[in-house]
Design a protein around this ligand. Structure first.
Ligand code: DGP
Length: 112
C-alpha cells in the first residue's frame, strides 16, 4: 500500500518520534501549525475516522489514553487541541488515520 504514514511507521521515511508502542506512533508534524504539533497514528492502517468500526476501535481508545500522556510530557499544561481531518471536505491530505495534537500557545477559537 502506498501510504506515507505506513512508510513512516516502517522507518522508510524519517520522522521525529515522540512516543511509540506496539499499537501507535506519535511524531512531530513536518509543517507545524503551532509551537507543539504532534501527529499520533495507529500502526495498523486505518484510512481515517470514517473507517473506524467496532472491530478496529480499540486502537483509537488506546491512542486517546496516550494523547494526555504526551501532552503532559510536552508541557501543554494550559490546554491543547486534538483534531482529525476527514476526507475531501475535511481537508484530509494523508489517508491514514491521524490525530493532530496542537498546543504551546493560545489557539484561535474558530474551528473553520
Ligand atoms: P491532514 O492534512 O489532516 O491529513 O494532516 C496531514 C499532516 O501530515 C500535515 O499536517 C502535514 C503532515 N505531514 C505530511 N507529510 C509528512 C511527513 O513526511 N512527515 C511528517 N512528520 N509529517 C508530514
Amino acid at each position: 500500500m502506498d501510504c506515507l504514514f505506513c512508510k513512516i511507521i516502517a522507518g522508510e521515511i524519517p520522522s521525529t518520534k515522540v512516543y511509540e508502542d506496539d499499537e501507535c506512533l506519535a511524531f512531530r508534524d513536518i509543517a507545524p501549525q503551532a509551537p507543539t504539533h504532534i501527529l499520533i497514528i495507529p500502526k495498523k492502517h486505518i484510512g481515517g475516522v470514517d473507517e473506524i468500526t467496532e472491530e478496529n476501535a480499540a486502537v483509537v481508545a488506546h491512542i486517546f489514553t496516550k494523547i494526555p500522556e504526551i501532552a503532559r510530557k510536552e508541557g501543554l499544561t494550559d490546554g491543547y487541541r486534538v483534531v482529525s481531518n476527514v476526507g475531501k471536505n475535511g481537508c484530509q491530505s494523508v489517508r491514514h488515520l491521524h490525530f493532530h495534537i496542537l498546543g504551546g500557545k493560545q489557539l484561535g477559537d474558530s474551528m473553520v
